[in-house]
Design a protein around this ligand. Structure first.
Ligand code: HPA
Ligand code: ZN
Length: 333
């Protein structure tokens, strides 16, 4: 098979995906019209042309502005359903998606609306007959540019929904502007989430230093690191990540678009893999970064000349690194 068909044929899990980052310009415009939200762009093309980022913050500004068109349960449902259609096309069999309630509650949207719309699409996908099956989890993420008090308030608002969504909501994450917002800022709220029995993850080592990866592990006690590519700057950390098989959810096209690397051919994904780390490939915010899962796999396969064995290894890592029960993992591996 040619490389494209080979990649299409590999079953995969996606572990680093912000659902708000799947909002394509076409749907964004349609929702703006339906909800009478004014956009500073005249056309879909004009909006897409604005997706030229210089760093994480330049992306976040647009990403949060775009999310303002999401108002109703139906809006969250349609956005999530559109993402699931991409999963089916890309042979993604399991997803663990991030959502950022604070982006919505700040605008007066009820947190229950956010949960309901996303969960309806995920449950529908799970229950629809399909030759392989499709499973999903939700990871509620705190915005790190806001205070820990704000994160606690979000947790309090969400906890009454836990029973209703216990099949889906299994984890807590940390995202948004990394520099100047170290993991330890959220030590108390993560400790509380750990007591509550949630799986924990955090973005670290995307733009921030290796020290943030270390504090995400030691202070927040996360089970996975989102991005983590800057870990390579610290040899002791690399040894630890390899020994403990701590997964990194790497997002190649995101790293390129946000100028974490200036050329995919220089991306350290292959080196991290060869160093024995549990590296996975993910799309992060596909509507903004120019590609879904298979686009990410294909881009690195070509730029880094990955072998088919390495591509298989990356997909196996994605199931290994998931929060699926052991039995389910074995079935999917
Ligand atoms: N990093 C930090 N925050 C984010 C990202 C990211 O890659 N995507 C969406 N929010
Ligand atoms: Zn991310």
């Amino acid at each position: 098979a040619d490389l494209v068909s080979f990649i299409e044929g590999l079953p995969k899990a996606e572990l680093h995906l912000h659902i708000e980052g799947t909002l394509e310009p076409e749907l964004l415009f349609a929702l703006a019209q339906r909800n009478r939200v004014k956009l500073p762009y005249a056309t879909v093309e004009e909006l897409r042309a604005a997706y030229a980022f210089t760093d994480l913050q330049s992306f976040l500004d647009l990403y949060y502005a775009g999310a303002a068109v999401l108002q109703t349960e139906q809006d969250f449902y349609e956005m999530t359903a559109a993402y699931i259609a991409h999963c089916r096309a890309d042979n993604v069999r399991h997803v663990e998606i991030f959502f950022d309630p604070q982006t919505h509650t700040e605008r007066g949207i009820d947190i229950a609306v956010v949960f309901a719309g996303i969960a309806r699409a995920l449950r529908e996908a799970q229950n629809s007959p399909d030759e392989h099956g499709f499973s999903s989890f939700m990871i509620m993420s705190f915005l790190r540019h806001l205070s820990e008090e704000d994160a606690f308030a979000t947790l309090e608002a969400a906890l009454p929904l836990r029973e209703q969504y216990k099949d889906l909501w299994i984890g807590i994450g940390l995202d948004s502007a990394e520099r100047g917002n170290p993991p330890e800022k959220f030590a108390k709220v993560f400790a509380r989430c750990r007591e509550l029995g949630f799986y924990l993850v955090a973005h670290a080592g995307e733009e921030g230093p290796p020290a943030y990866v270390i504090s995400a592990l030691d202070v927040l006690q996360v089970q996975r690191i989102d991005h983590g590519v800057r870990s390579e700057e610290d040899p002791d950390l690399m040894t630890r990540l390899s020994k403990e098989r701590i997964p990194l959810t790497v997002c190649p096209l995101s790293n390129l678009k946000l100028c974490v690397v200036d050329d995919l051919a220089k991306h350290n994904l292959a080196r991290l893999l060869h160093a024995g780390l549990a590296v996975t490939i993910n799309s992060d915010d596909p509507a903004y970064f120019g590609g879904y899962m298979n686009d990410n796999y294909l881009a690195v396969a070509q730029s880094l000349r990955l072998s088919r064995t390495e591509l298989v290894k990356l997909t196996r890592n994605s199931f290994e690194a998931s929060f699926l029960p052991e039995k389910e993992k074995q079935r999917l591996l």
